[in-house]
Unconditional design. Structure first.
Length: 269
């Protein structure tokens, strides 16, 4: 993990590896530690250093001082390399290839540490031969030292260079980003606006949390069973009030019969 140096606010350091060595002496073994550190500002300045001391913190501090002495400038082109390059050191060989915007740094831990401290954002890498951390770091540094800008190459050759392959990739990336942003804005404008809260007196416009939705789905069968069980009782309660209504009708019929009986008796008299 990168950490800021105390002396400066822009330089960061990353420890690539800690190495322990032992010297056999008369009283036993005496241990010492070595540290490999990469220092950079993520804006084109990078350097590596190696320090050795009886303790780990002292070794890292010595390595950081050594790396700050070895800082050099790396020419970059909008977060990537201006051209492909191959760095060699000992039995290690590292191939660095520019990449389109959004690709990222495709590399192992050792090579990634150097490229990120240098400020490279998009790059493809491939390591050949030995994967020793010290040799890989030095191979990447040797490859970054070979980089030249388009203007430097044109001045050295004395010719006018046209559009390079890296510039074509960067232009295609910018064009694709603009199209993606335009299509995203159109979709956002075409989509209907969602209003928070209740819509039309119901909770349709209010988003429920996932747990509540799962709980409501799980309780649906129980609610349906309860509704079916309550349906017959509701029908009985609705039919019960109809019986008192029939009683007055019977009373009225009985009253009519009683009134008709006196009339029949009067007629017989």
């Amino acid at each position: 993990m990168a950490e800021l140096l105390e002396d400066t606010q822009s330089l960061e350091s990353t420890t690539v590896g800690i190495y322990r060595t032992a010297a056999v002496v008369k009283g036993g073994r005496r241990f010492s530690f070595g540290a490999l550190v990469v220092v950079g500002d993520r804006r084109g300045n990078v350097g590596i250093g190696y320090g050795k001391a009886p303790g780990v913190p002292a070794a890292i501090e010595k390595a950081q001082k050594d790396a700050r002495k070895r800082l050099f400038r790396v020419p970059l082109k909008e977060g990537t390399l201006p051209h492909p390059v191959t760095g060699k050191f000992g039995a290690s060989r590292v191939r660095l290839v520019p990449a389109s915007p959004g690709t990222g740094v495709i590399a192992g831990g050792t090579v990634r540490a150097v490229l990120e401290m240098a400020g490279v954002q998009d790059c493809l890498t491939k390591a050949y031969g030995s994967t020793n951390q010290k040799n890989l770091c030095k191979a990447v540094i040797e490859g970054l030292g070979q980089l030249r800008t388009k203007e430097q190459v044109a001045s050295l050759r004395g010719v006018d260079l046209g559009q390079t392959e890296v510039e074509e990739k960067l232009e295609a990336g910018r064009r694709f980003r603009a199209e993606a942003l335009g299509s995203g804005a159109e979709e956002a404008s075409a989509a209907p606006a969602r209003r928070a809260g209740k819509v039309g007196g119901s909770g349709a416009g209010k988003s429920e949390p996932p747990q509540q939705r799962r709980r409501s789905r799980r309780d649906q069968p129980q609610a349906q069973a309860q509704a079916q069980a309550q349906a017959p009782s509701q029908q009985e309660s609705q039919a019960a009030p109809q019986e008192p209504q029939a009683a007055p009708q019977q009373e009225q019929a009985a009253g009519g019969e009683s009134q008709s009986q006196p009339t029949q008796q009067g007629s017989s008299e």
